[in-house]
Design a protein around this ligand. Structure first.
Ligand SMILES: NC(=O)c1ccc[n+]([C@@H]2O[C@H](COP(=O)([O-])OP(=O)(O)OC[C@H]3O[C@@H](n4cnc5c(N)ncnc54)[C@H](O)[C@@H]3O)[C@@H](O)[C@H]2O)c1
Length: 325
């Protein structure tokens, strides 16, 4: 399939691009490189360095590429930044995304897979979270994703686009030499590994007085390769539209448990400090992924948190200061 991957030079997009190429897709990556890395784009994929804000460039890419499918990973991803500057988040994650949807409509693209997030649920009362839980985002970031999900349904009705909305929980690990290199980094496992590499003085646990088994927040960690494989399944299933799936492991680990697992994987003690809670961090976020397992037969191959950390560590050891740019 001729497939466009927006944000394909970023963490999840680069891994999924690799999997698409291995599955025989013809892949074009569209990425501004504002956050992504040229070195993360696999040989075999064509790279267009441009922003989604450039509607003319998008149009030309669609005319030349004759895409049958779009996987949309591009976007801004930091919750605290979205609280400080919500307009920027609505601009990038919604307004520029509309350029992409309009290009899909103009060029008769049939299939569209969107990277949504657990942040659309806010702080839910019930875990594991199922897809029909109320959408109550607690940040502008989550709100931009909720709004874009709504837009997808409107474009389905108006333009015949068939869409899959995939709500990811905490993504981690590395695959085929491709890993996580956000600048600045805000995700838990890389930050633990940065403390191991001396890139951070210590790892901060934000709050140890939550109502959880050891007082620290519980999150659901999913290996990036398992997430990438879910995209390929969703793409294949888009003969019909309206797909909506949570993607997590269904297991929750506390911050302290992940930290202890990292110490075990690395075989040494790591520096750590307890800091106050961050506003808006819910105590527990755990996905129910039963629907995609049942409907598309998705199975995780890398469920063990130590395996996820070991894969991430391999990437960070090979790239102690990140990808070369
Ligand atoms: N990483 C996670 O744990 C996680 C969890 C839930 C949802 N998500 C979603 O998954 C997607 C990918 O996340 P990631 O961790 O790979 O992020 P990332 O920052 O590594 O990748 C995003 C990529 O999009 C590009 N980009 C951003 N805005 C652009 C624009 N306007 N035009 C062109 N390119 C642009 C960046 O340069 C970057 O390469 C995001 O949409 C994010 O909201 C990620």
């Amino acid at each position: 399939m001729k497939t466009l991957v927006t944000g394909g030079a970023g963490y999840i997009g680069s891994v999924t691009t690799r999997l698409l190429l291995e599955a025989g897709h013809e892949v074009t990556v569209y990425d501004s490189l504002a956050q992504g890395h040229r070195a993360a784009v696999s040989d075999g994929a064509r790279l267009i360095v441009a922003d989604l804000g450039d509607a003319d460039r998008l149009d030309r890419a669609f005319r030349a590429g004759r895409f049958e499918a779009v996987l949309h990973f591009a976007g801004l991803i930091r919750v605290p930044e979205s609280v400080e500057d919500p307009a920027r988040y609505f601009d990038h994650n919604v307004a520029r995304g509309i350029n992409l949807l309009n290009a899909c409509a103009r060029h008769d693209v049939g299939r569209f897979v969107f990277s949504s997030t657990a942040a659309v649920y806010g702080a839910p009362d019930k875990v594991p979270i199922t897809e029909d839980a109320p959408l109550l985002p607690a940040s502008p970031y989550g709100d931009t994703k909720r709004v874009f999900e709504e837009l997808l349904l409107s474009y389905e009705r108006a333009c015949g686009l068939r869409t899959a909305r995939l709500r990811y929980f905490n993504v981690c690990g590395a695959h085929a030499g491709l890993g996580e290199d956000h600048r600045p980094e805000s995700h838990l496992i890389p930050l633990i590994l940065f403390a191991a590499l001396g890139r951070e003085r210590e790892f901060h646990i934000f709050g140890d007085d939550y109502d959880t088994r050891d007082g620290t927040c519980v999150r659901d960690y999913l290996h990036v390769a398992d997430l990438g494989r879910a995209h390929l399944l969703a793409l294949d299933a888009l003969d019909r539209g309206g797909l909506l799936y949570n993607l997590g492991s269904g297991a929750g680990y506390t911050v302290r448990e992940v930290f202890a697992a990292a110490e075990e994987v690395l075989g040494r003690k790591l520096p750590c400090k307890v800091s106050p809670r961050r506003p808006g961090d819910p105590p527990a976020l755990i996905a129910s992924s039963a629907r995609i397992e049942r409907e598309l037969g998705w199975r995780r191959e890398k469920d063990d948190i130590k395996q996820m950390i070991a894969d991430a560590w391999e990437f960070h050891r090979a790239h102690p200061t990140g990808y070369p740019d």
